[in-house]
Design a protein around this ligand. Structure first.
Ligand code: SF4
Length: 263
């Protein structure tokens, strides 16, 4: 399917009343493969939302001889993930037919980054943190999305103040493709219930107080009542807590500024 920003209103209308399995089935039909290449991508952070989506996509493609030809499922291995996250990648390989492809950062770019600021440069400034996310996440994401028409994410509106203005189907101006957020209006409890009902494996870190997963040095457990993403880059204010994967270059600067305790 040829995509441009102009197709988004029609896509929104077509999919407005679809429940989650129907929305995913519609996405697979709408963004069908180009020959042997999947034009639809699914980005997994190995978090709760993405485990649910992976299990549903895997089920939707159960009778497909080659599921990866319909959807390019991938994760970004930054090289700084928790051991529990690598364990889950291993479990997913044994559980699902739909393979999760791991994208790594370019070795030379990581070497240059560390030569400039050291392995933990991200604690020193927002600029350094964004540089690290740029090398370890944004550049690999750009490679993973190159040539695709649409991508599915596990974003939810309730996750943070940076995600309140999203739409279930929207134009991703940064990558020039359609972005599908099927869980946008789900609560964390609804996601957890669906995972239990479907017996989907999840990251062991969730039981230790991590609702949102990221790199080990930049993520910690949250306290009851805190924002779901308060444990991500906890030393920064809440309106900065994105790594560039979901950046909207046309968005105005955030109005709200909250500060959490930290370094
Ligand atoms: Fe680097 Fe932290 Fe971003 Fe991971 S989350 S890429 S370690 S700054």
């Amino acid at each position: 399917m040829k995509v441009s920003e102009a197709v988004v209103p029609d896509l929104l209308n077509e999919s407005r009343d679809l429940d989650l399995p129907s929305f995913l089935a519609w996405s697979l039909r709408k963004f069908g493969p180009d020959g042997e290449n999947a034009t639809l991508a699914f980005a997994s952070s190995l978090g709760l939302e993405d485990q649910l989506l992976l299990s549903l996509l895997d089920e939707a493609l159960a009778s497909h001889p080659q599921p990866s030809a319909s959807v390019h499922a991938f994760t970004l291995d930054t090289g700084r993930l928790n051991p529990e996250t690598y364990d889950l990648i291993q479990v997913d390989r044994q559980t699902f037919r739909l393979p999760l492809v791991s994208y790594w950062p370019e070795a030379a770019a990581v070497e240059a980054l560390i030569a400039r600021g050291g392995p933990n440069l991200f604690y020193e400034s927002l600029e350094n943190r964004k540089a690290c996310c740029g090398v370890r996440k944004v550049a690999p994401l750009n490679r993973a999305l190159a040539g695709r028409s649409a991508w599915i994410t596990g974003l939810r509106r309730a996750q943070s103040v940076t995600r309140t203005d999203l739409h279930r189907v929207e134009w991703d101006a940064a990558h020039g493709l359609v972005k599908l957020n099927p869980l946008l209006d789900w609560t964390l409890d609804e996601v957890r219930s669906a995972l239990v009902a479907r017996k989907v494996p999840v990251n062991a870190l969730h039981a230790q107080g991590y609702p949102s997963l990221g790199c080990a040095p930049c993520t910690r457990a949250v306290q009851p009542g805190e924002d779901e993403r308060a444990g991500r880059w906890w030393w920064e204010s809440a309106d900065k807590k994105e790594c560039g994967l979901h950046a909207d270059p046309t968005a105005p600067a955030p109005k709200k500024t909250f500060t959490f305790g930290g370094l």
